[in-house]
Design a protein around this ligand. Sequence first.
Ligand code: 5GP
Ligand code: ZN
Length: 133
Amino acid sequence: MSDCIFCKIIAGEIPSFKIYEDDDILAYLDINPFTKGHTLVIPKAHSANLLETGDDRLATVMAGVRKVAAHLKAALPCDGFNIMQNNGAAAGQTVNHLHFHIIPRYRGEELAFKAHPGDMAGLQALCGRLRMA
Ligand code: 5GP
Ligand code: ZN
């Protein structure tokens, strides 16, 4: 896609700190890292988000996410990692080319993903509404 910055990175029109590449995926450091080693993994074929990506391509990208995450864990090294994948502006997606964030985590280093105690009755009602066949 001509106006997609991640497609431009794939094409080499925008520089990147590339750490892995094969025929299907590319992995490079995020220029605004949450933590040291924060990496993005993207498919080379453009699709906007999770829902617009076919199962086969997604399986290929996820295998790449695992491969790169295993490498980061050993090579940084880090103590753990989070995988984040945003869909839609309301969820914080700023680049409309499917990408997975690998966010390395280090023991003792706080990173706030704020949760709050759930209301059990509310959760039960919601579960009843959302349960899939
Ligand atoms: P999103 O918020 O869409 O899930 O994540 C987009 C990510 O892409 C952000 O974390 C942002 O820092 C990163 N990003 C945006 N432009 C560039 C770029 O030109 N190069 C790299 N390496 N990362 C970028
Ligand atoms: Zn793209």
